[in-house]
Design a protein around this ligand. Structure first.
Ligand code: MN
Length: 234
């Protein structure tokens, strides 16, 4: 209601309704923005669960600081762009043609989310069934797989990842630089990751310093083979 003086009544029901609607719409927009942003997944076990092979402090910093930074920087890189409604998988696949920030941080977010899941407390699982058969027929034995995978990890100069992938129904080992992965269209060797090992120094330096081969030898103690089998069966 507008009075002759031109002032709005504070109690005008129309104004009150408009104000409420405005507040509601702002809230909806904020919630929408919030729900579309990527968030850091929780570790599926306690940070100390992988000791002594991977120490708790490394896990806390790796997950809480490094992975969090990839999530935050990915959100910043896509906010307000045509890419902000894409899934992580879409972003990662197209990363090479979007931007270096999406490639590094989208890859970083995908790779680490995947990595936490394929690790777990020591001695809980072994490859079995179809996965064990595929490992034996491709690499001769589980040791054969470990040897080739470790060679890929040691041979990756600087920072990157060693991968066991499924390609045309078969197992294959590859490695990628930085936060690239085999899902990216720009990857040299493309395929579906079954298992991935982070060989960035931040993944092992506190405990192993420069001894990447020792980290790679020990990480096999904390592989969650049930998760690897789940990826293989897809
Ligand atoms: Mn990492």
């Amino acid at each position: 209601m507008i009075y002759a003086s031109g002032k709005h009544s504070l109690y005008d029901p129309v104004c009150a309704y408009q104000a409420t609607t405005f507040v509601r719409l702002s809230l909806i927009n904020q919630l929408k923005k919030y729900s579309m942003a990527f968030t850091l997944p929780q570790l599926p076990y306690a940070p100390e669960a992988l000791e002594p092979h991977i120490d708790a402090q490394t896990m806390q910093i790796h997950h809480g600081k490094h992975h969090q930074a990839y999530v935050d920087n990915l959100n910043k890189a896509i906010a307000g762009t045509e890419h902000e409604n894409k899934t992580l998988e879409e972003l990662v696949k197209q990363a090479g043609s979007i931007s270096p920030a999406v490639r590094n941080n989208g890859g970083g977010h995908w790779n680490h989310s995947f990595f936490w899941e394929i690790l777990g407390p020591a001695g809980k699982s072994q490859p079995s069934g179809a996965l064990a058969d595929a490992i034996n027929s491709t690499f001769g034995s589980l040791d054969g797989l470990k040897e080739k995978m470790n060679a890929a990890g040691v041979g990756r100069f600087g920072s990157g990842w060693a991968w066991l992938i499924k390609k045309d129904g078969k197992l294959e080992i590859t490695s990628t630089p930085n936060q690239d992965n085999p899902l990216m269209e720009i990857a040299e060797v493309k395929g579906t990751p079954i298992l991935g090992i982070d060989v960035w120094e931040h993944a092992y330096y506190l405990n192993y310093q420069n001894r990447r081969p020792e980290y790679l030898t020990n990480i096999w103690n904390v592989i969650n083979w049930n998760k690897v089998a789940e990826h293989f069966s897809k």
